[in-house]
Design a protein around this ligand. Structure first.
Ligand code: ACO
Length: 323
């Protein structure tokens, strides 16, 4: 039995903000942003393009790509840290929009590792026989959580959504194995705080906060932990690093990916990137990149891929997939 990705989809908002445009908002310039991050532009939501809208469009594209209907879905999992509403969950809203009447739906927050953790969850449900076909989505409107007066962080993030349909079949390959981890003791390295407590006993003045980050600590964490967990998954599955066609990493920063490639002694051209066009879209970055690879015909049956997410929490993980 294989548990396989049978279709992918994505949605990016219409409006594009390049570095030059950001330099009219904060004290920055195109050269600084490109040299430190590799980002040239990012898509930003406007009008109705919230987290649910983008997730719904990515979902419809993934269902079409998979050649199945919404009624065939047993489950929808949405990874997000930027939902439009606390209740209902984004996944339930998507269910309503696409008519997935049989699906059980819930959201999952593991920051930039969210899509990978959601794939793992889908895998576990299918493996246990509790679901057969699962839609996994990463969707983020990070522009609503960014402090647009903080030049150290607002240049990094973008909005978007990506989705994948996971299904059990009788073949071989698919999602093979994963390693995951978290370290809550380092949670302060990257935060976005919610509203303070307001009830008859307590009246916090704190409004919802913005994304705050110790950029260099995040950088150190990523370039240490990602090569480590990729080596762990290769060892666990007895896979040679040379047999991996693509390393599909969370798209945070070109310098992070360059250093990870160097530490693994793998050519950078096996690390596909689109962060120059989209910035960091958190849980959406891996499925958006996967969808681009898929639609550009770069993935063939039997290709071995490593997916790796890393981010706030802190959280991290790597997964081996045979396409
Ligand atoms: N434009 C111009 N100058 C800037 C900007 C900007 N946008 N932002 C900061 N600076 C200035 C700083 O004020 C500082 O000036 P100073 O020397 O006069 O004090 C100088 O540039 C250097 O600032 P640093 O913060 O030390 O720059 P650094 O080289 O660390 O780069 C960056 C910052 C790009 C955030 C880097 O630390 C990084 O990539 N970290 C990883 C963070 C990340 O990817 N986070 C994403 C969320 S988490 C995740 O997805 C895993």
């Amino acid at each position: 039995m294989a548990i396989r990705i049978i279709g992918t989809g994505s949605y990016l908002p219409q409006k594009v903000a390049d570095n030059q445009f950001l330099s009219t908002i904060v004290d920055t310039d195109d050269e600084w942003i490109r040299q430190r991050t590799g980002i040239k532009e990012r898509h930003l939501s406007s009008g109705k393009e919230g987290t649910t809208y983008m997730a719904t469009h990515a979902a419809e594209a993934a269902l079409e790509n998979a050649g199945i209907t919404a009624e065939e879905l047993d489950m929808i999992i949405v990874a997000t840290v930027s939902a439009d509403t606390y209740v209902p969950s984004t996944s339930c809203s998507v269910q309503g929009a696409i008519g997935a009447i049989r699906a059980t739906c819930f959201d999952l927050n593991a920051a930039c590792s969210g899509f990978m953790f959601s794939l793992n969850t889908a895998y576990a449900y299918i493996e246990m026989g509790m679901a057969k076909t699962v839609l996994v989505i990463g969707s983020e409107t990070l522009s609503r959580e960014v402090d647009w007066s903080d030049r150290g962080s607002c240049i990094l993030f973008g909005d978007g959504a990506g989705a994948a349909v996971i299904q059990q079949d009788d073949g071989e390959g698919g999602l093979i194995a994963s390693v995951t981890g978290s370290d809550g003791s380092q949670g302060d390295v990257l935060t976005c705080k919610g509203r303070g407590i307001q009830n008859p006993f307590h009246n916090s003045r704190r409004r919802k906060d913005y994304i705050r980050m110790d950029g260099q600590a995040v950088f150190r964490f990523a370039v240490t932990m990602v090569p480590r967990c990729i080596k762990q998954i290769l060892k666990k599955t007895e896979t040679d690093v040379e047999d991996i066609k693509f390393f599909v990493l969370h798209q945070a920063n070109v310098r992070i990916i360059e250093l990870i490639a160097k530490r693994l002694r793998v050519d950078l051209d096996r690390f596909p990137m689109n962060l120059n066009r989209y910035g960091n879209t958190s849980s959406a970055s891996i499925p958006i990149l996967l969808d681009e690879l898929n639609r550009n015909g770069l993935l063939e049956r039997g290709d071995k891929l490593i997916l790796s997410g890393f981010g706030g929490g802190l959280t991290w993980g790597a997964m081996l997939i045979i396409w």
